[in-house]
Design a protein around this ligand. Structure first.
Ligand code: FE2
Ligand code: FE2
Length: 185
């Protein structure tokens, strides 16, 4: 059986115990890309009413980003940008932005975090004020980038006739990105 620590309250833990736990956690974290890919796969069952599944939408987003010459940060961000839909229906961008933040460029993480507000621009049933929610972010250096993302890799990615690359194509990129040393800044 795997060794476990003795403490029941963190304040009683020893340096050795925490170092031991750290090592185990590092090992567990190596499984993050696979866990994210599994979550993505789960989107095959998500949402009805659209002409394609959320899974296909994410693949379409990543495929368009790839074909348009975006870097791996942006492609992986596009691939995962909606995996928060199931767990954080009102804050899915924030959720996925937080997952990506330690591993991708500031720009890619920012775009994913805020894309929900920018997407409102395309929703015909919203009020003018709601449609222009993106205006709140006008001062951000990534404002135009986020508009570009939504225009080219999100609002247009509901086309059942678009030929997507398979998820296997993106897997090596996902593993490369999540193998980077995480940055906590
Ligand atoms: Fe979204
Ligand atoms: Fe989306």
């Amino acid at each position: 059986m795997q060794k476990v620590v003795n403490f029941t309250r963190m304040e009683d833990g020893t340096k050795e115990e925490f170092e031991y736990l750290d090592k185990l956690e590092e090992g567990f974290n190596e499984g993050l890309p696979d866990r994210l890919l599994k979550l993505l796969d789960g989107l095959k069952e998500s949402f009805s009413g659209y002409r394609i599944t959320r899974y296909e939408h994410c693949l379409q987003s990543a495929t368009r980003a790839y074909r348009n010459g975006e870097d791996e940060d942006m492609i992986v961000a596009a691939l995962f940008h909606d995996i928060g839909d199931e767990l954080a229906p009102y804050t899915h961008g924030e959720m996925v932005g937080a997952i990506l933040k330690p591993f991708v460029s500031e720009k890619a993480a920012w775009i994913v975090k805020h894309h929900g507000a920018f997407q409102q621009y395309y929703m015909a049933h919203l009020t003018e004020e709601e449609k222009h929610a993106r205006d709140h972010f006008k001062d951000s250096p990534y404002y135009e980038d986020c508009i570009y993302f939504c225009e080219n890799y999100d609002q247009n990615c509901f086309d059942p006739n678009y030929e997507c690359l398979p998820v296997e194509f993106f897997e090596p990129m996902v593993h490369r990105v999540f193998k980077r040393t995480p940055s906590f800044v």
